[in-house]
Design a binder for this molecule. Structure first.
Ligand SMILES: Nc1ncnc2c1ncn2[C@@H]1O[C@H](COP(=O)(O)OP(=O)(O)OP(=O)(O)O)[C@@H](O)[C@H]1O
Length: 676
């Protein structure tokens, strides 16, 4: 398997050896690798970089398969994910290995020499001292990390990951190939799906084979079947074929349809816990019509986690449709493949039926342009390699209408908004769906949401990215969404403070081809101008909606503050005025004749002494006056800023389903659209 055979030595290494005559380098031997071998050796390509990431990717692959499966039969998804921690002795008993006590401690990676122990204890004592001092000064004290708690290099953690769904299930006979043959799947057509490569589930199996040696177990039942298929298998890495341990039909007593996949792998819950929980939460945001049950089960009960992400709506995006290729999205190889697969006889039919946006007359014109050795009747299977190159050249140069986004299935503004509200509880949220656009012949749709405030949201930008309704959690920095939100949106002009406010930015991109960058399906590059522009426009549209709400809120707050400021002094002012009035009224009674008091003032003083004017009445009148002044100030402000009528506000409506039959009613201030 390993081409760099360890027995081989380089000429440089050989020189260092005792022998004076350098060994001859062996002639390189031609070897082949199976796809399974390749991915086993380069598992980071598929997101299996280390045990922690492998646990995360396994969960992700199984959940995405479960959703694809339920949605393919238009069933509201119900997905149950359980990660069960398996301690070492349980794992050993599972594989039939007897637990052995350590005899020669010094053999182990975590062995501590007396000197090292002394050093560690001294360090711990010093740390404790510092902490005691800090505690005495009322400073924050960090939890001490005991060096003993650090695991030895060889101490692995094992987990049983189970994912159960209510999807389509799988045909009994196909199961072994679906799980035991790398690069086999049912999602290769030109269609918006979460899965694409026919790799994910097999990678989980390869990782389990590499880390625990245990097989994968699949239970599945399809609608209308009276049995459940059960299959336990692993993969023959060298031959890239399934190695079946057990494959049988069992009674389906529950009338269940769906699949349950179970795999035991090495992982690291401690380091990837938050990533896995974030992933589940973000999946719940973009899939509010699904019900997710997530459990982490451990012998240590305080580690146990159980979270239900409840379904909030029955409105499910339409099932994405398989579409044909756009002429500008094909290469030579693809044209050859389409020629090989087509059922059409001649070139005219082939062009019309195997591609989108080529009608009959358009096809005739294209054939005319190809040259004299082409005719509408040319048999497509008889095309020479040169002729195929000519077709390809013309496809690259000719003008075609853009493909429509009808085959795509975005989450929908309704679902996106609902998902954000249900998981984040923001103070404000705005959403926007851009119309379908095209990149290299592939249609794509960008949807965006921007929220302010909410639970578990940090100050500043909180970016949530989705591609074909999969949350993307890694490689955030280089992603088109992150870059756009950080660099190309002037948040200030929308009255949003980029560093102080808790801003949620949600961008979901769906397409028949997501132009992922890098090796994993982790981020979309910033270099595709069509996508970058659509992302920017969508975020800005959301911000514009929020701005009108924010301005209203600021005005209301200012008015409240003005009123509060005035009201604040009512008590003191009343007290002071009343005291003066009281004193004056007493004086007035005593020296009535001596004092020169105007009639109306005398009347007031009279009312004060006869308690017709009391402190309470005075306070009440002042409060009424503040109310009046406040109203007048608000009116004056409104007149100055040009608002002469009731304030207007834009409303943003989005149809739940893109329907074409409608009637518009126009008024000077709005258009009312009625769908039939
Ligand atoms: N839960 C499931 N329900 C029904 N079919 C499933 C399920 N899980 C896997 N499959 C089938 O097995 C095939 C292989 O799955 P796998 O995860 O290896 O690849 P994929 O989902 O097609 O693509 P990707 O590697 O991009 O995820 C799928 O195409 C699907 O047909």
């Amino acid at each position: 398997m390993d081409s760099g055979d360890s027995s081989e030595e380089s000429p440089i290494q050989a020189k260092k050896g005792k022998s004076k005559t350098p060994r001859k380098p062996k002639a390189s031997v031609l070897k082949q690798k199976s796809p399974a071998e390749f991915f086993a050796e380069n598992k980071n390509i598929a997101g299996f970089d280390n045990p922690g990431k492998s646990l995360y990717t396994t969960v992700r692959e199984l959940v995405e398969n479960a959703l694809d499966s339920a949605e393919s039969i238009a069933e509201l998804p119900l997905v149950e994910v359980t990660i069960e921690e398996i301690n070492k002795s349980k794992f050993n008993s599972m594989i039939g290995l007897i637990d052995r006590e350590r005899i020669d401690e010094a053999l182990y990676g975590d062995f501590e020499t007396d000197k090292a122990r002394e050093k560690r204890l001294a360090k711990e004592a010093r740390l404790q001292e510092v902490q005691a001092k800090n505690a005495a000064l009322g400073k924050k004290v960090k939890e001490p990390t005991s060096a003993k708690a650090v695991k030895g290099r060889g101490e692995a953690s094992f987990y049983r990951v189970t994912c159960k769904d209510n999807g389509r299930g799988m045909p009994h006979d196909d199961i072994p190939n679906m799980f035991g043959r790398v690069l086999s799947g049912t999602k290769y057509g030109l269609k918006q799906t979460r899965g694409k490569f026919g790799l994910g589930a097999k990678m989980a199996l390869i990782w389990s084979k590499m880390s625990t040696g245990l097989p994968i177990e699949i239970s599945s039942s399809m609608k209308g079947q009276n049995y459940t298929s059960f299959c336990r298998l692993d993969i023959d890495i060298h031959r890239n074929i399934p190695h079946i341990h057990l494959h049988e039909k069992r009674d389906d007593k529950e009338q269940w349809h769906g699949a349950e996949i179970q795999v035991v792998i090495e992982g690291n819950w401690t380091t990837y816990r938050s990533k896995i929980l974030h992933y589940m939460r973000q999946m719940a945001v973009i899939t509010p019509y699904a019900q997710f049950m997530f459990r982490f089960v451990s012998d240590t009960s305080d580690k146990t986690v159980s979270i239900r992400f409840t379904r909030r709506t029955d409105v499910m995006p339409a099932v994405p449709l398989e579409t044909k290729y756009h002429p500008s999205a094909v290469d030579l190889l693809l044209i050859k493949r389409l020629i090989g697969e087509t059922t059409k006889q001649n070139l005219l039919q082939f062009l019309q039926h195997e591609f989108v946006n080529i009608g009959k007359s358009h096809a005739e014109r294209l054939i005319g342009e190809m040259g004299p050795d082409f005719s509408p009747k040319t048999l497509v299977k008889s095309l020479t390699p040169q002729q195929i190159v000519r077709i390809h050249q013309l496809f690259r140069q000719a003008k075609f209408d853009d493909p429509s986004g009808d085959c795509l299935s975005p989450a929908g503004e309704y679902n996106l908004r609902l998902g954000i509200i249900k998981e984040l509880h923001p103070d404000m949220v705005a959403t926007y769906t851009a119309s379908a656009q095209v990149f290299e012949g592939h249609p794509f749709i960008v949807e965006a949401g921007v929220s302010l405030g909410g639970k578990d949201v940090k100050q500043g930008l909180n970016i949530f990215r989705f591609a074909n309704r999969i949350p993307l959690l890694f490689e955030q920095g280089a992603d088109v969404v992150t870059r756009t939100a950080m660099k190309r949106i002037n948040w200030n002009i929308y009255k949003i403070n980029q560093t102080q406010d808790k801003i949620g930015v949600f961008v979901s991109i769906v397409s028949t081809k997501i132009p992922f960058k890098g090796t994993g399906k982790e981020y979309i590059g910033d270099d595709i101008s069509e996508i970058a522009t659509a992302v920017k426009t969508s975020i800005r549209q959301c911000c514009a909606q929020l701005k009108s709400k924010i301005v209203k809120k600021i005005q209301a707050r200012e008015q409240q503050e003005r009123k509060r400021n005035l009201s604040k002094y009512i008590g003191d002012a009343t007290g002071a005025i009343y005291e003066i009035l009281k004193e004056s009224s007493q004086l007035h009674v005593k020296k009535k004749k001596l004092m020169e008091v105007k009639d109306e003032d005398a009347e007031i003083l009279q009312k004060v002494s006869s308690r017709i004017i009391t402190k309470e009445i005075l306070s009440e009148k002042l409060a009424q006056h503040v109310e009046q002044v406040d109203y007048e100030m608000a009116m004056e402000y409104a007149t100055q800023s040009g608002v002469r009528e009731e304030p207007r506000e834009n409303i943003y409506l989005q149809a739940l389903e893109p329907q074409k039959n409608f009637t518009d009613f126009h008024s000077p201030v709005f258009v009312f659209r009625l769908f039939q």
